[in-house]
Design a binder for this molecule. Structure first.
Ligand code: SAH
Length: 376
């Protein structure tokens, strides 16, 4: 598909907006709903289990490979339970093929992206949870386009299944492997699409054939800090890793960088994250994009250290600094290396474990905050 054609896709989306929901898919269904779905298909309940074993267990979605299903009704059953949700429009590769960004068109023309990153010891898929995003953070490309719509549980899961399949089939250099990690750091604010996101997380951690059997601790949910949702997640009983996109330790600057801060302050967001760590025993991650001369001053490092320290030093938190990735039309750039070093040094001096994220895929606009799902 040419760039020009891709540009016209959002128009198709506009025309269809609000017409209907994404097709219902096996991954959207609870155990009870699966039984109902089998009945509706006029099939025995175990039929749905067979399809689930193919999809979640073997990562297969082609009816031709499902030879245990009756040949005559195979296409119909699979068409009903595994409708195509993601249509690949374009794939870009970086890091010798170990980073792969895919642009997907959804059933209504909405566009989203996901990024698969293979490292020596793990493979991570960065998934989108919404088409667009309503949070309007000025340094993030996704935030500039506004929210189009929430994605369904299955639209989220299918990105993970696609990544797992690519790994299993050896499509990524390094031989066949396993997808180990999922990060909700693609397009969208996952906490603003809470129900579908929790459904997707459940499908990821449920053992086969009900789900992908992944470890909850290898799933990271990144949020701008919708405090009531963080509290709800704390009660959910799924120990995923929580990442809070803080980006400033003071309300004055955070109001500008993460506009939702005018609703829930630095203090409220950090307290909810701390409470999450306390109750789940999972160390939370504070995300901090390093923006030159905006939020990278030494005094802000000290203030960030003090804010986090005020909740105790029992290892409840670590800071992940992200060198700002450039986005179109933004006047901001990444911090100078010496300022970044000083920032790290000061946080560590206050006893806060701090790392600098290796940003993969910036040359294919696939890095944090660069996903815009337009011709890039
Ligand atoms: N909406 C969620 C998840 C998506 S963004 C959230 O905000 O947490 C994933 C991470 O990338 C967030 O920490 C986000 O603040 C960060 N990010 C956004 N734009 C960026 C940019 N241009 N450079 C570096 N990081 C960016």
């Amino acid at each position: 598909m040419t760039d020009k054609e891709i540009k016209t896709l959002p128009l198709v989306f506009e025309q269809r907006k609000g017409l209907k929901k994404p097709p219902r898919h096996l991954a959207d269904l609870s155990a009870d709903e699966r039984v109902v779905a089998a009945e509706a298909l006029g099939e025995p309940a175990y039929r749905v289990k067979q399809v689930a074993t193919h999809y979640f267990g073997r990562l297969v979605n082609d009816p031709a490979e499902m030879t245990d299903l009756p040949a005559a009704s195979r296409d119909r059953i699979v068409g009903e339970l595994l409708p195509t949700l993601l249509n690949p429009i374009r794939t870009l590769e970086a890091d010798k093929g170990t980073t792969r960004k895919t642009l997907w068109r959804l059933f209504d023309g909405a566009l989203v992206e996901s990024v698969l990153m293979r490292y020596p010891e793990r493979a991570t898929i960065c998934v989108s949870s919404q088409a667009g995003c309503g949070m309007a953070c000025p340094f993030c490309a996704t935030g500039q386009g506004g929210l189009q719509r929430n994605m369904s549980t299955a639209e989220i899961i299918d990105q993970v299944v696609d990544g797992a399949r690519a790994m299993a089939r050896g499509e990524i250099p390094g031989g066949p492997g396993r997808l180990s990690n999922v990060v909700f750091m693609g397009m969208g604010e996952p906490m603003a699409n809470y129900k579908a996101v929790i459904g997707a997380i459940r499908r990821m951690v449920d053992p086969s054939p009900d789900g992908l059997g992944m470890s909850a601790r290898n799933i990271t949910l990144s949020t701008v800090g919708l405090v009531p949702r963080i509290r709800q997640l704390t009660e959910e009983g799924i120990p995923v890793t929580l990442a809070l996109s803080l980006h400033a330790p003071d309300d004055e600057l955070r109001n500008e960088l993460v506009p939702i801060n005018t609703r829930w302050s630095v203090h409220e967001a950090v307290e909810a994250a701390w409470d999450y760590a306390r109750k789940t025993k999972r160390r939370v991650s504070i995300e901090y994009a390093m923006i030159k001369d905006i939020n990278d001053q030494a005094w802000r490092a000290d203030l960030l250290g003090d804010v986090l320290q005020s909740y105790g030093d029992w290892g409840w938190v670590h800071v992940n600094l992200i060198p700002l990735n450039p986005t179109p039309g933004s006047k901001w750039t990444a911090s100078r290396p010496e300022d970044e070093d000083e920032f790290v040094r000061r946080l560590i001096a206050k006893g806060i474990p701090t790392t600098v994220r290796d940003t993969r895929g910036s040359d294919i606009d696939g890095a944090c905050g660069q996903l815009a799902a337009v011709d890039s």
